[in-house]
Design a protein around this ligand. Structure first.
Ligand code: TEU
Ligand code: CA
Length: 555
């Protein structure tokens, strides 16, 4: 199998709006990212994924783009971006941009033209449909509540929007539209960016039959479009990194999107493991307890079914997901928060795939339980779901919704990065109101404190990143799960011809005896979140990696 640099890389995701404000407007900006490049480099990062920085009315915080080749005023200027790119490259940090081409903002000039008249040359850049019996063309629903169709009075047709009504879906069947996207991509690559994270890229090909119900993902022409994009743009550059965000994919889909020989994408973000604590009907708005055995089964399946065929991404967090230490760890005490954050990091990062660390994850930032009214939330997904489920359909009470939002709202990931224990956590200056409230635990949880504490989660991530760069078996080795049915321990092996590694993690607050023979063999403890090793006795949230030299533990 040909090796690629991005298989050994570690990515750090920056949500600029919430990362660092430097011009006292309460909104993070590009100069703020520049200010924190050394903090990111010191963590052992190779690539920074920047969430969208393009001109946008911010209906969906930048995922509604009105000009792909202009920087959003809130974040600064193109000169600031050029400075960031240059200073990142000087530090050996690559920059991956967020490519949002399933849809634009309704304020994009293409849409302004498209909606102007039925015979406008941009009409076919979007997906328009006549009313059916005076109503929406079908029953597709937006991810942000309500119908996925919006009637445009001027021309008497509906346009499709899988997300907000200010995010009209682009028509990928239109070759002129596709070539406009490829030109824009090439423009950014000519500036020297190093790759793209592609937003809901498996939604770009809509089902042929609009009467088709069910899922829109993985439509009939998606692979033709991605192979064309690769041919026209990506293949013409060396050493890019690309990752597709692909809701509703299974491993066999991923082998088609990210197969080593497919000439489409390098890897994808799957969502299967992010669904273990969600209700089948109400999803995140009726969260449920998850079973470790189910989480292990899903992630182990992805490890095994992609091995040798395609590449995995590895993530617990991003700007759409709640904070993992609150979700799959234990944030109820400082001791358990620190132990379980480290346990989650080691468990994830010693698997096969490219790890993505979301800002704040490296200091164990938690969900925000301070928000007690829907007015505290900023995320369109949360606000629209409240209107639909509480106010319109009365499916949930106000408190049930707030309890669910405390656990699952995307805003849990979007509260400002906690840099120090000053007012506003050093995200913005004192006396300035940040665009969303800072989590009140910033005096306990902040980067400055982490950098001063050799036992902090930050330095544990730094060690993990170092080990990944040191031991090929972590990157390329086989993966096999042990104790699949155990609901407290996650134990897996990584092996190649030279080395075997064992990772043992306790997802519970109890001490568990693990009498696997592997635990009593001669080994070195490579890394642990405890100071000592008590062999088969695995303490609360303990996580350790054993390295067996020159022989498989089966021997
Ligand atoms: O998210 C796509 C997506 O599937 C989200 O709706 C996600 O499933 C949901 O938020 C999880 O609760 C991408 C971006 O990451 C997201 O921020 C945007 O809102 C969305 O696309 C539209 O661009
Ligand atoms: Ca700012």
């Amino acid at each position: 199998m040909k090796k690629h640099w991005w298989q050994e890389a570690v990515v750090y995701q920056v949500y600029p709006r919430s990362f660092q404000d430097t011009n006292h407007d309460g909104i993070g900006d590009l100069q703020g990212v520049i200010k924190r490049l050394d903090y990111i480099k010191t963590l052992g990062i190779d690539v920074i994924w920047l969430n969208p920085i393009y001109q946008s009315p911010n209906d969906d915080n930048g995922y509604d783009i009105s000009d792909y080749q202009k920087v959003m005023g809130d974040f600064g200027t193109m000169a600031d971006f050029d400075e960031l790119l240059d200073k990142a490259h000087h530090r050996g940090l690559k920059i991956m941009m967020d490519l949002v081409v399933n849809h634009t903002s309704d304020e994009h000039r293409w849409f302004a033209e498209s909606r102007a008249s039925r015979d406008n040359k941009y009409r076919d850049y979007y997906i328009w449909h006549d009313p059916v019996d005076g109503h929406e063309p079908n029953d597709w629903q937006s991810s942000f509540s309500g119908s996925a169709w919006q009637l445009d009075q001027a021309t008497g047709q509906y346009y499709l929007h899988l997300f907000s009504k200010k995010q009209p879906d682009l028509n990928w069947k239109n070759p002129d539209m596709r070539s406009s996207v490829y030109k824009m991509m090439a423009w950014w690559l000519d500036k020297g960016v190093d790759g793209f994270r592609m937003d809901v890229i498996n939604l770009i090909s809509k089902p042929i039959d609009l009467e088709a119900g069910g899922q829109v993902a993985n439509g009939p022409y998606v692979h033709q479009y991605l192979q064309e994009m690769n041919r026209e743009v990506l293949s013409k550059r060396d050493d890019l990194i690309t990752v597709g965000e692909t809701p509703d994919v299974k491993p066999y889909d991923a082998v088609n999107y990210a197969g080593f020989d497919r000439k489409e994408l390098d890897m994808v973000f799957e969502f299967e493991h992010m669904g273990v604590d969600q209700d089948p009907q109400l999803g995140k708005w009726r969260p449920k307890a998850y079973k470790l055995s189910e989480l292990k089964e899903i992630m182990s399946k992805w490890q095994v079914e992609l091995h040798g065929k395609a590449w995995n991404s590895l993530y617990w967090n991003n700007h759409d997901q709640p904070r993992v230490v609150s979700r799959f760890g234990n944030d109820t005490t400082e001791e358990y928060r620190v132990l379980s954050a480290k346990m989650l990091a080691l468990t994830l990062h010693f698997m096969q795939g490219t790890p993505y660390i979301y800002q704040g994850e490296e200091i164990g930032m938690t969900n925000n339980y301070d928000f007690n009214s829907v007015s505290d939330y900023r995320d369109i997904e949360t606000v629209n779901a409240y209107r639909e489920l509480v106010e319109e359909k009365h499916v949930l009470t106000n408190q049930e919704f707030i309890d669910a939002a405390h656990r699952m709202s995307r805003d849990n990931a979007r509260t400002p990065m906690q840099w120090d224990n000053s007012i506003n956590a050093g995200f913005t200056s004192e006396g300035v109101d940040p665009w969303i409230a800072v989590n009140s635990n910033y005096q306990t949880i902040n980067a400055e404190k982490a950098l001063e504490d050799v036992n902090s989660i930050y330095y544990f991530y730094q060690r993990i990143n170092g080990l990944r760069h040191q031991f090929p078996v972590i990157v390329y080795g086989n993966y096999s799960l042990l104790l699949p049915n155990d609901e407290r321990l996650w134990v897996y092996k990584r092996s190649d011809t030279k080395q075997t590694m064992l990772v043992v993690s306790n997802f519970s607050a109890e001490t568990v005896t693990c009498d696997l023979p592997e635990l009593s063999r001669g080994h070195d403890v490579l890394i642990s979140n405890y100071k000592d090793d008590q062999g088969t006795s695995i303490r609360p949230y303990e996580s350790k990696a054993y390295l067996y030299h020159n022989r498989s533990v089966d021997q």
